[in-house]
Ligand binder design. Structure first.
Ligand code: LLP
Length: 415
């Protein structure tokens, strides 16, 4: 968050005042800090120094090509969940040999494209997927490198929609089944076993669930060694939480040092799949107040961003910080619901916030670098927002604002 600070009462992205960005590019728009991305990636890579590792940024969190290219240039790998994400990584100059392919439903076409690209590893989520990949690789006279995603049945203590490591979730394979499946894979000609993978959820704010999952995964790795199956890498997934309000998540360094201590002297390469913790606090959503109104004893600030731009509050009851871009204001503070123009009462960005604002003012929604633009839509035929990447005093237009023509380009009315 330190990349978005007030200078002379003006909120800035690195050295650029957000008012300047609003004038130049309009609102709503997402503004990302390159330094913020670099700092977070470096926090991971430094904590992992001296240990064989690969940080695979989870592309789903923010898949803008500019963001991916910043990370690619730092040597970052990528965790993908679709053929589209693989194509984005390649378009951004990412190294396909540092790509791992997660996801519970990979199509044959997607697996084929990943084999073409020569990705590092497939994270297998079911017995059927294992068979399909084996067949595909044999047809291509290739061996596909795999790890099995285990489901350790650990409660990540996070929102139920983003918790993935409980046995009733659709993700992964139970420890017992995984051991059997590894034994079967060892005899499959199209496959090469290289790792074990585990991802238990997102926005985790303590290390305890990570370590609980890790201990179970290490037991499996030891059992597999007894079966004569040598595991080369351990992928502990992503999920490290960030500060939106008053959370107190561990830093990457704290998590990684505890993980390294738990590994002991096992010669395992460590793979991580962080998404949110790389980019959430490297971005804000910039929006302007269109109208102010009072209804039923409540004050509403209606802004030009909406749930189509930022669905996290509506979908996960997420609390996102909203701050005025100009901190000195003569207007009286009131308690507002900050809402968008969309025709749903679920279209809110923040509720019951004390803000000194007037029509025309700019607001910044903090921590909007992850899972905001990436989850945006055209609902209500709204053009998706522009995205800017700031580097020091420079502004790079990472994605121009959509136009109505862009929106209807794929549609055809009846003749
Ligand atoms: N690896 C796998 C297999 C995943 O499913 C995810 C996220 C990650 C890595 C990255 O997790 P992260 O480090 O970003 O927590 N839209 C939700 C979050 C969904 C997370 C889905 N999987 C939100 O806005 O809170």
């Amino acid at each position: 968050m330190e990349n978005f600070q007030y200078q002379d009462n003006q909120l800035c992205a690195e050295e650029v005042p957000l008012t300047q960005i609003a004038e130049q590019f309009g609102t709503p728009c997402f503004v990302y800090s390159k330094a913020g991305l670099v700092q977070q990636y470096s926090a991971y890579s430094q904590a992992l120094s001296g240990c064989e590792h690969l940080v695979c940024y989870a592309v789903k969190a923010n898949s803008n090509l500019a963001v991916l290219s910043v990370l690619a240039r730092l040597g970052c790998g990528f965790d993908i969940v679709s053929g589209g994400e693989l194509a984005r990584v390649i378009a951004a100059g990412g190294d396909p040999t540092k790509v791992i392919f997660s996801g519970v439903g990979k199509t044959l076409n997607e697996m084929d494209a990943a084999l073409d690209a020569g990705i590092h590893c497939f994270n297998i989520e079911s017995a059927q997927e294992l068979q399909q990949l084996n067949q595909l690789a044999m047809d291509r006279n290739q061996r596909a490198s795999i790890s099995i995603r285990v489901n350790p049945d650990v409660d990540a203590g996070t929102h139920p929609y983003i918790s993935t490591g409980l046995k009733e979730n659709k993700f992964g394979i139970s420890m017992q089944d995984a051991r059997e499946l590894y034994r079967q894979s060892a005899d499959m000609e199209g496959l090469e076993i290289i790792g074990v993978d585990c991802h238990i959820g997102s926005q985790l704010t303590s290390t305890a669930p990570f370590l609980a999952a890790l201990e179970r995964t290490l037991m499996l790795i030891d059992d597999l060694a007894a079966d004569g199956i040598a595991i080369r890498h351990l992928d502990i997934g992503g999920g490290l939480g960030v500060i939106y309000r008053d959370e107190n998540p561990p830093e990457p360094e704290e998590l990684i040092s505890q993980v390294r201590a738990t590994l002991g002297d096992r010669p395992l390469k460590l793979i991580l799949e962080p998404g949110r913790s790389i980019c959430a606090n490297a971005g804000i959503l910039l929006t302007r107040v269109i109208n102010i109104k009072a209804n039923g004893g409540k004050n509403f600030a209606i802004v030009d961003a909406a749930m189509n731009d930022i669905i996290r509050p509506a979908l996960y009851q997420a609390w996102m910080d909203v701050v005025p871009v100009e901190s000195e204001n003569s207007v009286e503070a009131r308690t507002y619901d900050v809402v968008g123009p969309i025709c749903e009462s679920g279209d809110f960005i923040a509720r019951d916030r004390d803000l000194a604002i007037a029509t025309g003012d700019l607001l910044a929604v903090r921590s909007a670098g992850a899972y905001c633009f990436a989850m945006s839509s055209n609902y209500n035929t709204r053009n998706r927002a522009a995205e800017l990447l700031v580097d020091g005093g420079e502004i790079h237009l990472a994605r121009r604002r959509e136009s109505f023509q862009d929106q209807i380009a794929l549609e055809t009315p009846l003749p």
